[in-house]
Design a protein around this ligand. Sequence first.
Ligand SMILES: NC(=O)C1=CN([C@@H]2O[C@H](COP(=O)(O)OP(=O)(O)OC[C@H]3O[C@@H](n4cnc5c(N)ncnc54)[C@H](O)[C@@H]3O)[C@@H](O)[C@H]2O)C=CC1
Length: 403
Amino acid sequence: MDAELLRSTFAVVERRAEHAVAFFYAHLFRHNPGVRDLFPADMRPQRDRLFAALTHVVTHLEDPRLASYLTHLGRDHRRFLASPPLYAAVGTSLLAAFAQTAGAAWTVEAEKAWSEAYGRVAELMIRGAEEAAGAGEPAWWDADVVRHARYGEDLAVLTLRPRRPFPYRPGQYVSVSSLRAPRVWRTYSLGNAPRPDGTVELHVSRVPGGVMSTVLVEETGPGEVLRLSAPGGALTADGPPDALRTYICAGTGWAPVKALLEEAAGGGPDMEGRLFVVGRAKEYLYGREDAERLGARLPGLSVTFITAAPGRPREQATERLLTALRSCVRWPEHEVRLAGPPGFLSEVARTLEELGADPARIRHDALPPVGRFAARPATRAEWLLSRPPLPWHDPAARAPRES
Ligand SMILES: NC(=O)C1=CN([C@@H]2O[C@H](COP(=O)(O)OP(=O)(O)OC[C@H]3O[C@@H](n4cnc5c(N)ncnc54)[C@H](O)[C@@H]3O)[C@@H](O)[C@H]2O)C=CC1
């Protein structure tokens, strides 16, 4: 595989990503009647995801973990009903889009390199899907909604009972889909450690204009069925068992932290650490009672709630949090777990590193900012001035399969 050639062609295509993606989907749908029906009505998030995945592949060509990433990705794509003929159609349209976009950089050698590389990617993804199917894993888990609790205007906690055993580790997240918004999938963290009755909690904050969050907060009720993807994410409790621990969460970022604390409390009262729960205002601290209950089970855990002052913007809560963090000590000894909005995560992680926390011990997931999809840069100048982050549901770090 000519990694250099793949990277240099991709660099040219990437600068006109918007055009390449539009061409790709137009080509795919035109030449494959019926394939449009596999995609959601609103294609904007899809466009970013395609380039996020391609970027991941191109920037990890020499990484030995790429093969396992792709088999996981293939396993995860079963929920989109991806089949071998669809992989072939996608390859044809992708090459057509690259040829159209790369101009003089699209040489015979480049076309050969991309054709081979895509073939390898598709082969690994199909293998991952086949292995999962062979092991009896469903393409998605149907889950009955058994409870829907509303907190104020924008928040809801849904209790779901998956119809088959659902393998997840506390701290992980899942993609969720509802027949009320066909083929739309959005990620939400699970808010509990595994329970004897098999139920899981989803904590959802309604985003203005967000299709899925509106469906889940306002329209969904007990008796309905949701689809869940296999869980993923890196926000698990690994690290030395006797490490000091800091948990910091904002908004519905409380969900994975609650799951981690339930797991810790299940292991005994010995954990030592600190918990910071941040909310935009008092009435948004919906996890307060649960946090206090968990704090009582973990006497070595100091619990702090932080909100913005009445009438002040929500970001003021973050400033107050950073002030509190600056007065804490022994950062290098702490395993840190962060969850919350993307802007919050980057600001807090940066400050923690300044305070001496070990970057290898700070964990957070980069969940897509649900409902708020940044326009991709349309010109090379825009691209160079502001290279956008590319969020992606990382299918790695899955829970082990039930044996
Ligand atoms: N595993 C994870 O990391 C999880 C992340 N989330 C994310 O958390 C968010 C939850 O949304 P809401 O509950 O509506 O939170 P929110 O919008 O009410 O924000 C809560 C607090 O986060 C801080 N914050 C928000 N935006 C910020 C920014 N740009 N810069 C600095 N601080 C900021 C502020 O202190 C604010 O008071 C969603 O974006 C969701 O995707 C949710 C669950 C799990």
